[in-house]
Design a protein around this ligand. Structure first.
Ligand code: FAD
Length: 392
C-alpha cells in the first residue's frame, strides 16, 4: 500500500493508490472512474500544507507531467496545474511577465498555493488565489471544463469564482489562468529593531514599502524587519541569502526554509494587527518560555475571493511556528484563543482546531462555496475526512 506524508512528516496517509498524471485525458478518465466506484480522490501539490487537505484512503493524484507555461499574452498566462512556483519565475519572465507577489517560499505548486489562499506580504498586494482569472478542471463526471471570469455561462462563472480558492474540492485542476504584471526587479533590506518600537512605527513602514514584514524572536526584544521595493538597479550576483539583495522578483521574494516545523496562521483586520501581536507576545512570555520559533507578521490586501481570509477586509497575518518534533498543540490553542478574540480567520493550509460551524460563521460566502462545489461533485468524491468534518 502506498504511503504519503506531507512536507513536515506530521501528516500521513495510506491511500489505495498514488497516481501520477501526465495528460488531461488521464485526469478526466480517472475522475470519472472514481466517481463510478465511489472512490475518494485528492490531488496533491508539493505537500506543504500543515492541514490535512490531501490524506485519504482512496487515490492521491500527483500532476507530475503537467508543468510549465502553456501560453501568455500581455497581462496573463495559462500555466499547467502541476507547475511548481519556483519553475514559473524564469518561464514567465521570458514572456516579460511576473507574479505580483508570492509567499515566503516557492516550493509549492501553483494549484496547491491557490487552493489555500497562499500569500506573501504587502498591504497593496492580494493573495495568489485572487490572481486566478480562469481554470480548467477535470470534474467528477469526467468532463474537462474551462471556467473563467468572463465565461458566458453563469454556472461556469460561478465555478470560476468559487474555485479560485478551491481546497482541492472541485476536481483535478489541470490548468490555471493567472493575471500577471510586467516583469520587475526588487531590492530587499533587513535590520533588527526593538519589537515595541517596530510596532509603534509599523504603519509608516507598511505604507512606505511595497513589501514589509517582521519576525519577532520570543523572549527577546528583537524584531527582524524586512522591506522589499521595486528598483531599476541591475541584479547583483551572487545573490545574498536574505537581507540585502537585489534581483528579479522571483529571485528576491522566496527564501530557503529547510528546518521542519508546523505552523498556525491567522488573518486579523489590518487595524487590529499590532494589538493582536502584543497579545500574542504576552501569552508567549507568560505561558510558553520554551518556545523559540519566531512569530511572523505580514500584511495582505483585501480581495473578493469567496473563502479568502482577506475577503473584503484589509488584513494582517500573524504566524506562530514550532519545531516538528516539539509539542505544539497547547501553544497553538492558546494563540488560537487570542486570534479569535481579534476576529481572526485561519489560513487554510495551516493548523487550526475550528469546527465547520465556526468556519461558516466567519466566511460570508461559505454557503455559496459549498453549493457550487456540491453541484459539480454530488457524490463527494473530492471530500477527504477533513473536508467531510467541516462541511455544512
Ligand atoms: C516551509 C513553508 C512555508 C510556507 N510559506 C507560506 C507563505 O509564505 N504564505 C502562505 O500563505 N503559505 C505558506 N505556506 C503554506 C503553503 O503555501 C500552503 O499550504 C499551500 O497550499 C501548499 O501548496 P502545495 O503545492 O504544497 O499544496 P498541497 O499542500 O499539496 O495541497 C494543498 C491543497 O491543494 C490541492 N491541490 C493541489 N494540487 C491540485 C490540483 N492540481 N487539483 C486540485 N487540487 C489540488 C490539494 O488537494 C490540497 O487541498 C508554507 C508552508 C511551508 C511548509
Amino acid at each position: 500500500m502506498p504511503k504519503w506524508s506531507n512536507w513536515s512528516g506530521r501528516l500521513q496517509s495510506k491511500p489505495d493508490r498514488y497516481q501520477q498524471i501526465y495528460s488531461e485525458q488521464q485526469a478526466a478518465a480517472l475522475t470519472a472512474h472514481c466517481n463510478q466506484n465511489g472512490t475518494t480522490l485528492r490531488a496533491v501539490g508539493a505537500g506543504h500544507s500543515h492541514q490535512d487537505l490531501v490524506g485519504n484512503d482512496g487515490v492521491i493524484v500527483d500532476l507530475v507531467g503537467l508543468a510549465g507555461v502553456i501560453s501568455a499574452d500581455s497581462g496573463s498566462a495559462w500555466v499547467w496545474g502541476g507547475s511548481h512556483i519556483h519553475t514559473l519565475g524564469l518561464a514567465l519572465q521570458q514572456h516579460g511577465l511576473a507574479l505580483p507577489n508570492q509567499g515566503d517560499i516557492d516550493r509549492q505548486t501553483i494549484t496547491g498555493a491557490t487552493a489555500t489562499g497562499t500569500h506573501g506580504t504587502g498591504a497593496a498586494l492580494s493573495n495568489l488565489s485572487s490572481r486566478v482569472i480562469g481554470a480548467q478542471i477535470a470534474l467528477a463526471d469526467g468532463r474537462l471544463v474551462t471556467c473563467t471570469a468572463t465565461s458566458d455561462d453563469p454556472m461556469e462563472r460561478e465555478l470560476w469564482q468559487a474555485s479560485r480558492l478551491h481546497l482541492g474540492a472541485f476536481g483535478i485542476v489541470t490548468r490555471l489562468q493567472l493575471a500577471l504584471v510586467q516583469s520587475y526587479r526588487l531590492r530587499e533590506q533587513s535590520w533588527q529593531a526593538p519589537l515595541l518600537d517596530t510596532l509603534d512605527n509599523l504603519s509608516t513602514l507598511v505604507d512606505e514599502n511595497r513589501h514589509c514584514e517582521f519576525f519577532w524572536y520570543p523572549h527577546t526584544d528583537t524584531a527582524q524587519v524586512k522591506v522589499i521595493n521595486p528598483t531599476n538597479d541591475d541584479p547583483s550576483y551572487p545573490l545574498a541569502d536574505e537581507g540585502d539583495r537585489c534581483g528579479w522578483n522571483f529571485e528576491v521574494l522566496p527564501n530557503h526554509r529547510p528546518l521542519l516545523h508546523t505552523e498556525m496562521e491567522y488573518s486579523v483586520p489590518a487595524d487590529r494587527g499590532p494589538e493582536c501581536m502584543r497579545a500574542i507576545r504576552e501569552v508567549l512570555e507568560q505561558k510558553f518560555p520554551e518556545v523559540r520559533w519566531p512569530v511572523e507578521y505580514r500584511t495582505l490586501a483585501a480581495d473578493d475571493v469567496w473563502l479568502s481570509t482577506a475577503y473584503e477586509r484589509p488584513t494582517v497575518t500573524i504566524s506562530v511556528h514550532q519545531a516538528v518534533d516539539e509539542p505544539d498543540e497547547p501553544y497553538y490553542r492558546a494563540c488560537e484563543e487570542i486570534f479569535l478574540e481579534f476576529e481572526g480567520k485561519p489560513h487554510w493550509g495551516k493548523v487550526n482546531y475550528l469546527s465547520g460551524e465556526q468556519l461558516a460563521a466567519m466566511h460570508l460566502r461559505w454557503g455559496d462555496w459549498w453549493r457550487v462545489r456540491d453541484a459539480v461533485d454530488p457524490n463527494g468524491i473530492f471530500l477527504n475526512p477533513y473536508l467531510q468534518r467541516i462541511r455544512p
